[in-house]
Design a protein around this ligand. Structure first.
Ligand code: KG4
Ligand code: ZN
Length: 335
């Protein structure tokens, strides 16, 4: 779009409030992610607590973001919010606020698919994408490898048959009592490229047997290992577990890249913030003569910027919502 456009992005699919303001001529002029810690004592996100937090904080975060952007609210040309997938009540808060802004300011309001936003944000940082390419989505609940024919036409090649990759990390962090219960805490325990003791019990057998992506076996083995061994070395467990998870993804991608003869690989989702995974993925793509397209780490985990950016693309395509009905889709998929 030639004219200057400013988009407010609102992300509230789980336990974060991500607010971002994107200008097509400048880039992000304000970005803020508030991560709720209230859920830690429960061991998992409680949807009602999350939506209560959202109600309490979201307006002040939007006002703070506007102040940071040095733009008055009437400079906003469109508002984009996450319509799904995610938790129903937190999604509803974001959608209600988005629609209210749209209605009051008489500007377009656009519901965004959170999964598409994760996949497409690397496009902002890598301009020359060669289609078809491969899009790898590795977030909390999702582990999906897509063939991307154009940026709006994605076909699933393979996905996890059971647990999501990020959830698997979360469960092991919880079993090891590493707060916050996230892959980030596992990663912190591992020093890159140091030598660790191999724990055979923590092998993901699906790799050797070339089976579809699956994490439930290694998850159960890791939890049992932690429960049944009195003297465990946390660093060794974190290393072995993280290494197997990375190997699972890398071995799948190697096979798929060779089969589909693809040149560009897009990487998105919270687990894509893992440094060792990024290094392995880069080594793999370089060895196969293709290019890895990814983002700085802060755009891998949930954020309002990916919503604002995709909102801009959707606005460009003319996909605006005309009604005030608040529709959210907790189980939304791609296509
Ligand atoms: O994309 P995301 O923020 O939310 C969803 O859409 O699910 O991904 C969250 C997931 C969590 O399960 C978390 O454990 C994982 O991303 N994660 C990581 C890292 N940072 C976040 N996993 C491994 N290494 C990390 N550095
Ligand atoms: Zn996400």
């Amino acid at each position: 779009m030639k004219n200057k456009q400013i988009i407010l992005g609102i992300e509230t699919s789980c336990d974060e409030i991500g607010i971002s303001i994107y200008c097509n001529k400048i880039g992000f002029i304000s970005e803020y992610t508030y991560s709720q810690t209230i859920h830690e004592k429960y061991g998992g996100t409680i949807p009602e607590l999350s939506s209560k937090e959202n109600i309490k904080k979201i307006i002040s975060i939007i006002l703070y973001s506007l102040k940071k952007s040095k733009k008055k609210v009437n400079f906003i040309n469109a508002v984009a919010y996450t319509k799904g997938p995610g938790l129903k009540s937190p999604l509803t808060i974001g959608a209600s606020i988005g629609k209210s802004f749209g209605y009051t300011l008489k500007i377009p309001c656009i519901g965004i698919n959170h999964l598409e936003a994760h996949i497409l944000i690397p496009m902002l940082f890598n301009k020359n994408i060669k289609f078809p390419c491969l899009a790898i989505l590795i977030s909390g609940a999702h582990t999906i490898i897509f063939k991307m024919i154009t940026y709006d036409n994605l076909k699933i090649i393979e996905e996890s048959q059971d647990d999501g990759i990020g959830e698997t990390f979360d469960k092991i962090a919880r079993a090891l009592k590493l707060k916050p219960y996230s892959g980030k805490s596992i990663e912190k325990k591992v020093t890159y490229r140091k030598t660790y003791k191999t724990i055979k019990y923590l092998k993901n057998k699906t790799i050797e047997n070339q089976e579809k992506i699956s994490f439930s076996g290694i998850k159960t083995n890791a939890i049992n290992y932690i429960k049944n061994n009195k003297h465990i070395n946390i660093e060794d467990i974190c290393y072995n577990f993280q290494n197997e998870i990375i190997k699972t993804i890398i071995s799948k991608c190697r096979k798929i890249i060779k089969t589909y003869k693809i040149q560009n690989i897009l990487l998105g989702g919270g687990v894509a913030a893992n440094q060792e995974l990024r290094l392995n993925m880069r080594e793999l793509t370089e060895s196969l003569n293709c290019t890895l397209l990814y983002t700085p780490k802060k755009y891998c985990t949930d954020n309002g910027s990916m919503i604002a950016f995709l909102g801009y693309i959707r606005m460009y395509e003319g996909k605006k919502e005309k009604n005030l009905k608040i529709n959210t889709f907790p189980k939304l998929k791609i296509n």
